[in-house]
Every structure is written in C-alpha cells, then in structure tokens.
Write a protein that binds this ligand. Structure first.
Ligand code: PRX
Length: 638
C-alpha cells in the first residue's frame, strides 16, 4: 500500500515535492508495485507530438499486481462482491484466490480461441462478475480490451469494433437492468454483419433468452471453461508487458461525430489508478468500496476493477439500477454489505433526492465513512443532501474531477484531509499541475479567475494516443493551446485557489454523467429519412444535469409531429443508443446561420435554456427572421 496522507500540511508538502521533482515522486509510487524488470527511464515527454512515456523499459503484467501479488497475504479475503439486479437472486463473492483462478481459466479460454498479445478484444456485457473477469483475462494474456457500454446500439458497437479491428467479442445472451431485459447477443449479431475482423464470439449465459449461435463463430463461455478444466489448464502465466504496451482502448465522445479510442498503457495506468484510489479515498485495508458506475465507462475501469484490486480492496459491483425494485435499493445494498466508501454520480443523487427521505428511513448507513461524486458538476443542493442524509455529516465528500483521457482522478479533495466546499473539486492531487488559460492560450495566474482548464505536466495515467490516429490525439488535446493538455472544460479558481469545474466549453454534452457529442446526436437525427438538417444543444435538466434539445428541419410534407418525434427518437436509439435520445425536439423551418453557413449555437443554447430575452447580437445572421420563428415555437418547461 502506498502510504496515505494524514494531514493537510502533509498534502501540501507532497504536492510541492511532486511539482519540484515529478520523476522522483512517481518513482517512489511505482516502487510499491511488482515489476518483472525495473524501468530504465522514469519519464520521457513532449506535448508537441505528443510523446509520453512513463517507466520506459519497465516490464510487468497488471494482473500480477491485481491478483497474484495478494495471494500470499490476502488470498482468502474478498476481492469482489456482486449484487444482482434482482434482490431475490443470490449475491456472489470472490476471494482474491477465487478471482485469480477464474481469471486464469478464462485467460486460457481466450488463448484456446486464438487470442494473443496485442489483439483487440471487444467486451459487451452486463454488470456481472464475468465482465471483470473478462477484462482481467485480456490483460493477463496481453490482449487489449475495448469495453463497450451495454446500452450502446449495434451501429455504435460496429463502429468501435471496426476502428480497433477487434478479432474477438465477449458478450452474454442478455442482461437485466431494473425491470428491463437487454438483448445483448442479438445486438452483437446485428453489429457483426459489418465486422469481418471478428472471428470468434464467446457468449456467457445470463438471461437464458433464446439466441442465435453461429456455427464456427459463436461458443458458450461455460463450454469453453469445461474444455480448459478437462485439459487441466487452470493456471495461466501472465504475459510480460512493456510499461508502454497498450492495456486498453475506451471510446469516448468528442466534438466531432466520431468517438475516439482513448488509449491507456500498462505501467502508468497501473500506478495512477491505484495511487488515486488509495489517496483520494484514504483507503484502509478491509474497507468495502462501492462504485456505482458501469464498467463500460472509465469510472468502472479505474474504480471498480483496477484501482481497488491493485490495492487489495474489496470492490462491490451492482448489476441493477438505484431505483429498482424501489428507490431504497442503494441504501439496502449499503446496509447489506456494510459499505464503507460510496462513489456515485450527481445524477443518481438527484434522482434519489426526488423520492424524499422515506426510502432512507430505517436503513443502517452507519458503515459509511467516505462519499465520492464523479462525472459532472454537483450542485450545492445535491451536495448537501448527500452530506446530511447519506453521510449523516460524518463522512467527507470527495467531488472528483477527471476524464476518460486522464485515466484517474485529477482534482479532488483527499477524503478527510482537504477542507471541502460544496460544488468544488477543490485542489489537484499531488502530481497534477492544472493551469487556466484565456482564449489565446495565455496562462491566467492568481486566484479569483476563470478560464479554460489545461494541465501543463504529464502524469502517469494520461492517454498516450487515440487508437489508429495519433494526429487526432494531437489536434484534439494538444494543439488548441500548444505545450498544454487541454481538457475541454471551463473552470473557476476562487479566492482560496479552489477549483470549480463549470462544464464543457466544446460541443460535448454531459447527460446523466454520460459524455455525448452534439455532432454525434445530429448525425443520428439526420439519418432519419425525412430530416433535412438538425442542430443539438444542451440545456439545464433537474436530474440529468444536462438535457438534449434538438432543433430539426424536416421535409415539408410531414404533418404528424408526434409520430415524427417518435420516429426520430427510435432512429437515435438505433444509431447510438437510448442514452442519446433528445429530451426535446422542436421542428423549425430554418436554423440561425452566419453568412458563412455556420450555425450560431450560442443563440440556440439561449433559446433552449429559456433565456429568450438575452439572445445577444443577431445582426450577423444570414436571416434574422429565423430566430423569431424558433423563439415562438420554443419548448420551454414550466
Ligand atoms: O466535463 C467534465 C465532466 O465529465 C467530463 C469527462 O467525462 P468522461 O470522460 O465520460 O469521464 C467521466 C468520469 C470521470 C469532464 O470533461 N466531469 C467529470 N467529473 C466532474 C465533471 N465535471 C464537474 N465535476 C466533476 N467532478
């Protein structure tokens, strides 16, 4: 275990050290892990190309650090607890030894099915323990996992599989989320029509729904396990990886229509996910950590799987949703497993808040010691509700700001150490050097200022490239402000030097903590046969944080708006997935464009927000009359 930080003064000292000598700082952190060969050079970098290499020449396998390393000391302690969707179904627990055995077995299944080091493997699964096992089994054999969230459509999966040229897919017949059954295998079958690179599909039995099994391509997880058992293949030696070999790809939305495959590598990600887990949550051995994210997102990668297991912690994963079968479900889980650390998203807090205090009554939440928030800005009301009713004012709240690209938590209070302030992610973790810049990239110094949030020095968990397109990585993150990593977020640094993230400054939305590009949603809407053009913006939404508002021009002959709306929603669901469905669709005859043909989103945003009186200067528009028509038809909530 990396030593915890006990006092605020200690944090300040560590922070100074990390800035004065980052190499020495991270070398010391890296020394707590098991390396097959020590690195030759701690850091090599420039943000121009960019070229970032941490622990160059070091050899390791992350699963030896997640599993093997713990066997002697805590082999019989619980590594993973799984709470099923249906509270009537039996939960499952895995000790470190059991998880090690399962991972080795499945790693052998992967090998038997032709997978090898460097192959890309797509994982499209419900939140069952086998998802974590599949992730770790890939890492064990050096295959690069690309987990796709179970809510994405066939088209989205196909795009991701094609981009990474995956050769194998791991999925399940179906899955359960609340009162819904999700047809995962059918979606995969639809996706694979477009994916000739995929040679094998391994299918786990979960929902027992009837599915097609294609001869020569599809095999059952359980049958394959039996085969390796019969062959006595219960051990699987971990593949030796270079610190800078790819560990995984995770697709995320940007301001263009096409999601980017963010690449993380073995050594740096290992050190960073574990360090940030232990430091932010001040993890004490024996504590039960419950992160409510899905493993399909970065939060699940770093704080359900890798961070906790690297730390020898007990990680709880939950298959269902917080409001099913009733709105007390989360608190039942906390009580049932005596959860110590709860890490969830503001959108979940706001949704649970709306049920009042009744669902919490009689629930024993005394085991909780630390609370976390992630994914979007947390409003003060939700922060206080979380603090008063869930933490019962005993538990520090850590509002953690970070991104898929950062690999782990970047700006956050260290639980119980950094004084908190509602709505503020507070201060950078040691090793992280944030700067605010103005439009021209000039650093804004001092406190009581706002600007665009950049990071000026590398950290081990940062992305190395975007899969198959390094130039895209450079343009997206390193070209806007040369010499800096640009986060895409706006940020305020208050009088005390505390950071408050104010939201994206690019065309990326954050809906219920999910990142969605406006261009992606527009592309999907435009796929509907009768749509001529569309423009999508975000607007404040009480529960989701941001809602999606679409302005759509259709061909003139359509007259049933309600039906067209439903058709458009269905189209977006099919192209991206239900998470990208617009909350509001306003049919318009024209969009506000400049003379050069650029849509003035600023005006649409104001209209969507209901701030019609303050549209600002509209004189540069090609046809200012368009705005009056849009204003008149605006779908403003009461
Ligand atoms: O806008 C920021 C917001 O979520 C974005 C990153 O999204 P994603 O890559 O999907 O990762 C989410 C989980 C780490 C950021 O650019 N965001 C994330 N955490 C916070 C946040 N905004 C405000 N406060 C946070 N704590």
């Amino acid at each position: 275990m990396i030593p915890t930080i006990k006092t605020f003064e200690e944090y300040q000292q560590q922070y100074s050290l990390s800035v004065q000598n980052p190499e020495a700082f991270w070398e010391e952190k890296a020394s707590y892990f098991q390396w097959r060969k020590k690195w030759d050079k701690t850091l090599e970098w420039n943000f121009q190309e960019p070229n970032i290499k941490w622990f160059r020449g070091g050899k390791l396998n992350i699963t030896e650090n997640c599993l093997d390393r713990h066997l002697a000391e805590r082999g019989d302690e619980t590594a993973l607890i799984w709470e099923p969707n249906d509270p009537e179904e039996h939960f499952r627990k895995f000790t470190y030894r059991e998880l090690y055995n399962k991972v080795c077995q499945f790693a052998n299944v992967l090998k038997n099915n032709g997978a090898k080091k460097g192959d890309r493997i797509c994982i499209y699964m419900p939140m069952v323990p086998e998802l974590a096992i599949a992730v770790l089994a890939c890492a064990r054999i050096g295959a690069i996992h690309s987990v796709v969230f179970g809510g994405f459509s066939a088209q989205s999966i196909a795009d991701r599989i094609q981009d990474a040229q995956c050769s194998l897919v791991i999925t399940s017949d179906g899955g359960f989320r609340g009162n819904k059954e999700v047809q995962l295998k059918t979606v995969i079958d639809d996706a694979l029509v477009q994916c000739p690179s995929v040679k094998k599909v391994i299918v786990l039995t979960r929902s027992r729904t009837p599915i097609a099994m294609i001869k020569g391509r599809d095999v059952w997880w359980e049958d394959e396990i039996k085969k390796v058992e019969t062959l006595g293949l219960n051990e699987c030696k971990a593949e030796e990886m270079d610190a800078e070999d790819m560990l995984f790809i995770l697709y995320t939305s940007g301001s263009t229509g096409k999601p980017k495959g963010v690449v993380h590598t073995c050594g740096g990600y290992m050190v960073y996910s574990a360090y940030t887990f232990q430091t932010t949550f001040q993890y004490n051995p024996g504590e039960v950590h419950f992160c409510t994210a899905d493993i399909g997102w970065i939060t699940g990668h770093s704080y359900i799987v890798y961070g906790p297991l690297l730390s020898g912690a007990t990680s709880l994963m939950f298959e269902g949703v917080p409001t099913w079968p009733n709105s007390g479900r989360m608190w039942d889980i906390v009580q049932k497993y005596k959860v110590n650390i709860l890490y969830t998203a503001p959108t979940a807090i706001r949704s649970l808040m709306s049920f009042g205090l009744e669902p919490i009554k009689g629930k024993d939440l005394n085991s909780l010691t630390k609370l976390g928030s992630v994914g979007e800005p947390i409003n003060e009301e939700a922060w206080h509700w979380y603090d008063d009713n869930i933490g019962q004012k005993r538990c520090p709240i850590t509002d953690t700001w970070w991104q898929t690209e950062t690999g782990g938590i970047m700006i956050a209070p260290i639980a119980g150490v950094t004084p908190t302030k509602p709505g503020y992610a507070t201060l950078p973790l040691p090793g992280i050097q944030p700067v605010l810049v103005d439009e021209n990239g000039k650093e804004i110094v001092g406190n009581g200022v706002s600007g665009n949030l950049c990071i000026k020095f590398p950290w081990p968990g940062m992305l190395r490239t975007t899969y198959g397109d390094h130039e895209r990585c450079r343009v997206n993150y390193f070209a806007t402000y040369p010499g800096l990593y640009f986060t895409g977020d706006g940020c305020l640094r208050d009088q005390d030097g505390y950071y408050r993230i104010t939201g994206r400054v690019d065309d990326v939305l954050n809906v219920s903590g999910h990142r969605i590009g406006t261009a992606e949603v527009e592309n999907a809407i435009n796929m509907y046969s009768d749509v001529v053009e569309s423009a999508v913006v975000g607007y404040p939404h009480d529960v989701k944080g941001q809602g999606i508002y679409a302005f759509v021009i259709c061909t003139p002959h359509l007259n049933d708006d309600e039906l067209t709306r439903k058709d458009i929603l269905m189209t977006v669901s099919r192209i991206i997935g239900p998470i990208a469905k617009p909350d509001k669709i306003q049919f318009v005859k024209g969009l506000p464009k400049t003379r050069s043909g650029k849509i003035m989103r600023r005006i649409l945003r104001k209209i969507a927000e209901g701030d019609i009186a303050n549209l600002g200067d509209t004189s540069t528009l090609l046809d200012p009359a368009v705005v009056d028509e849009i204003k008149a038809g605006a779908l403003i909530s009461v």
